[in-house]
Design a protein around this ligand. Structure first.
Ligand code: 3PG
Length: 206
């Protein structure tokens, strides 16, 4: 049984940091800087060799809610769950992955970019989505137009969002949180990550 529902995960903080970490040795200090800055939900993308180890280490940080991102198939889903992921994010939505994730009961946030994607999700019983790639797929006007016929759906736009644009996205009523890598710039020191996290935590929702 999952500890959280996907809506709880999305409402914990206005920003979900999207983490691409090459060195598991950095996991602890990055997670601590983010959590102490107020960003408790951490999305570790399965784009690096170290990702599963990073998930395990970040899970040891008090108050962190650690999930896996860039999960694109059932094998990765199983690996992410075995590493202790508390939620799963995918850039898209396929039936094999979606059905497998739903069966486990894990909070699941699949990516959508079209009305057809949303309709496929709704058919599977899903109504919380990542809007990806948010900026390249048309930005705020595209999300507003896409959300209009699907009033029951809530979104986490991700892709190309920055400290300067996050507030505009969060002002859209169907947006519960945004995702982004800007809070952990490559090579940043923990103090810098902490400051960026704090700034992100203070962003207001609609
Ligand atoms: C993702 O995986 O969700 C995106 O690549 C993150 O996008 P960003 O790096 O533009 O924030």
């Amino acid at each position: 049984m999952a500890l959280y529902a996907i809506e709880d995960v999305m409402m914990t903080a206005p920003v979900i940091p999207v983490l691409v970490i090459d060195d598991a040795g950095e996991a602890r200090e990055i997670a601590e800087a983010l959590v102490e800055g107020g960003l408790k939900v951490l999305e570790v993308t399965l784009r690096t060799e170290a990702a599963l180890e990073v998930i395990k280490r970040m899970n040891l940080i008090k108050d962190a809610i650690v999930g896996a991102g860039t999960v694109t198939n059932k094998v990765q889903l199983e690996e992410a769950l075995a590493a202790g992921s508390e939620f799963i994010v995918s850039p898209g939505l396929t039936e094999p992955l979606g059905n497998a994730a739903i069966k486990t009961g894990i909070p699941f946030l699949p990516g959508v970019a079209t009305a057809g994607d949303i309709m496929r999700g709704l058919d599977m019983g899903l109504d919380h989505f990542k809007f990806f790639p948010a900026t390249a797929a048309g930005g705020i006007p595209a999300l507003k137009a896409l959300a209009a016929p699907f009033g029951q759906c809530k979104f986490c736009p991700t892709g190309g969002i920055t400290a300067d644009t996050a507030a505009d996205w969060l002002a859209v009523p169907s947006v519960l949180c945004v995702g982004g890598s800007w809070v952990v710039p490559k090579g940043a020191k923990p103090e810098e990550i902490h400051a960026l996290a704090k700034q992100a935590t203070e962003l207001a929702r609609a």
